[in-house]
Write a protein that binds this ligand. Structure first.
Ligand code: NSP
Length: 231
């Protein structure tokens, strides 16, 4: 299912085949289950209690820490300056605007210091952290791009899909803005393009590792959001 031969067989049936479209397709039903996750609708329509939003953001900050390190690995493994500039600009946004949204959310919803400093991470958050750390330390550039394409493209898709309710808490609005704005859309398009290109040059074993990494990241996305949804 994840070999180069599988990709070529799929591509032969398409008018305009794109590797990242194929990767998304072989990651169903987890991809659509994540994009259409009820957590995002509850959040966007103002049905998610403030405390539950804060719980999600605490867990998500546990994702953002190794994710930031993964961008660092991507910058290091990139083939040249052109990629490093784009990834570095994204890193700049992550550690300024996005980090600030987290910090102000923790303040606004009075998240206790203990939960900020040493949060109780859910098993699904820990499993996602482990995957990001492993991909950063052992993965090649294409595998890192595969993980980044998943995490950013899935967030773009739900953010473009949801309908915003009236009178949303400003921090919820800000969280959606971070994931549907034009610069973010351009970044996701760039990530996809670069993975489409980089995959061409991989040998067969590296190609399969890249495709497995994509699928495993989607599995982790679904499990994370299933776990943080309030019951
Ligand atoms: C779990 C998760 N996945 C993706 C993103 C978007 N960077 C996020 N904030 N959190």
């Amino acid at each position: 299912m994840t070999t180069r031969a599988d990709w070529h067989a799929w591509a032969a049936q398409q008018d305009a085949p794109r590797l990242t479209d194929w990767l998304r397709e072989i990651s169903e039903p987890d991809w659509s289950a994540t994009v259409n996750h009820p957590l995002f609708d509850a959040m966007a329509e103002g049905r998610l209690a403030g405390d539950d939003f804060a719980v999600y953001m605490v867990q998500d900050y546990g994702f953002v820490d190794p994710f930031t390190a993964l961008i660092g690995f991507a910058i290091g493994r990139a083939p040249g300056m052109a990629d490093r500039v784009v990834l570095g600009q994204f890193m700049g946004m992550l550690i300024s605007d996005e980090n600030s949204t987290f910090q102000r959310t923790f303040e606004a919803f009075a998240v206790p210091a203990a939960q900020r400093e040493a949060p109780d991470y859910l098993p699904e958050t820990r499993a996602f952290q482990a995957l990001l750390r492993e991909t950063g330390s052992a993965g090649g550039y294409a595998e890192i791009l595969a993980a980044l394409v998943v995490t950013e493209w899935i967030y773009l898709e739900w953010a473009l899909r949801i309908t915003r309710g009236e009178g949303l808490h400003p921090l919820v609005g800000e969280w959606i803005d971070l994931h549907d704005n034009p610069a973010f859309q351009d970044f996701v398009a760039w990530l996809r393009r670069r993975l489409d290109e980089e995959a061409e040059a991989l040998d067969d074993a590296a190609f399969t590792r890249m495709a497995e990494c994509f699928r495993e990241t989607v599995v982790k996305e679904r499990a994370f959001h299933d776990a943080v949804v309030p019951r």
